[in-house]
Design a binder for this molecule. Structure first.
Ligand SMILES: Cc1cc2nc3c(=O)[nH]c(=O)nc-3n(C[C@H](O)[C@H](O)[C@H](O)COP(=O)(O)O)c2cc1C
Length: 355
């Protein structure tokens, strides 16, 4: 009996199984105005048809200057809301739960698409000035961000709350806050990138304040039935940096703030990180957060084999697995995995003759 193909309920939302599609930037808002296109409908829609329990959008920025590239999605205006509606409707019509990842790239904003080199884009070339917790560039060749004032940080919290309200109007059923991979909220968490001396810096309480306040502000404006997730980089793999101990403590604070699940990723904040990648390399983080903070977790990172995914949830390392690149290779992975695991899994009626 497969556990992977049993439903999971969080608040008022049930996903038909525990195979979720991880957030993945598509760099395909082709007018550079943050509005989803046909690409997003087909890309996200295919993964719903393919049988995933939940399909999450890429990092979707709550402000125009929080986009990683000028081709990223945004949720900071009404045309974006309207363009998301047919996408969420389609995902839901095909049995998956539509989720959005709310994000702000901070000092890592304003870069080029990966297939155009991925390097920073200067304001003169269509980019913009980047901002962050402190005036520290990500790496050589990256611009030095100007530090946000305390008042501006409060504005970021408000922008996340407004983005969440728009996401509800756009038809999303689950919200994830992106506090990982070296983007703005993670930049505030780390003592290497946050040298502030105001209420949003210094001690653990100060560095975590932005993520916790964003979670509280989002929770306050979304329906009580709507699950709220936070993605964190459980470790940044640098001596004296953000680590598992701080992640457990943050997860506990987030649980008290009304967060329902921690999506456990890692790395991305510091270019000299000592990261070793192997199948399931982040599963141990999901297990530790789940056990020690007493909150549901998602495991992500090189989970590609059905038996491995099954073992992660059956062994209670995590409550769900999120698949990234494997879902790009095969949007029908859930159908294939269900077959391999001998689980019952409905196919779209249109495809029944192929089952
Ligand atoms: C093309 C691509 C885009 C990604 N974009 C995002 C993103 O927008 N937000 C995020 O949190 N992670 C992003 N990631 C990371 C994935 O969500 C996932 O954590 C990572 O790829 C590891 O899982 P995998 O081994 O199953 O691919 C991206 C990964 C890829 C390959």
């Amino acid at each position: 009996m497969s556990v992977l193909f049993t439903p999971l309920r969080l608040r008022g939302v049930e996903t038909r199984n525990r195979v979720w599609v991880a957030p993945m930037c598509q760099y395909s808002a082709d007018n550079q105005d943050g509005i989803p296109t046909d690409w997003h409908l087909v890309h996200l829609g295919s993964r719903a048809v393919g049988g995933a329990g939940l399909v999450m959008t890429e990092a979707t920025s709550v402000t125009d200057d929080g986009r990683i590239t000028p081709w990223d999605l945004g949720i900071y205006n009404d045309p974006q809301v309207a363009a998301f509606q047919p996408i969420t409707r389609f995902i839901e019509a095909h049995g998956a739960v539509p989720a959005i990842q709310l994000a702000h790239a901070g000092r890592k904003a304003s870069t080029n698409r990966p297939w155009m080199g991925g390097k920073p884009v200067a304001p003169a070339d269509g980019g913009w000035d980047v901002r962050g917790p402190s005036a520290i560039a990500y790496n050589e060749g990256y611009p030095e961000p100007s530090a946000y004032s305390t008042e501006e940080v409060h504005g970021i919290i408000a922008a996340f709350a407004e983005g969440a309200q728009r996401a509800v109007r756009a038809g999303f059923r689950v919200i994830e806050i992106h506090s990982a991979h070296g983007y703005l909220l993670h930049q505030f968490l780390s003592p290497h990138t946050n040298l502030r001396d105001d209420e949003f810096g210094g001690s653990f309480a100060g560095r975590t304040k932005l993520t916790v306040e964003v979670a509280k502000a989002v929770r306050a404006v979304i329906p009580a039935t709507m699950p709220l997730l936070v993605r964190i980089s459980t470790s940044e793999y640098v001596e004296g940096g953000w680590d598992v101990e701080e992640s457990v403590a943050l997860a506990t604070l987030l649980k008290d703030a009304g967060v329902d699940m921690i999506d456990c990723s890692s790395g991305g904040n510091l270019p000299h990180q000592a990261l070793t990648v192997y199948p399931g390399y982040q599963v141990g983080f999901a297990r530790e957060i789940r056990e020690r903070a007493g909150i549901a977790t998602g495991a992500v990172g090189l989970i590609v084999e059905p038996n491995h995914a099954e073992a992660v949830v059956a062994g209670q390392d995590a409550d769900v697995v999120l698949l990234g690149r494997e879902e790009l290779r095969d949007p029908y992975w859930p159908m294939h995995a269900a077959k391999a695991l001998g689980a019952d899994h409905e196919w779209p009626v249109q495809y029944a003759r192929a089952k």
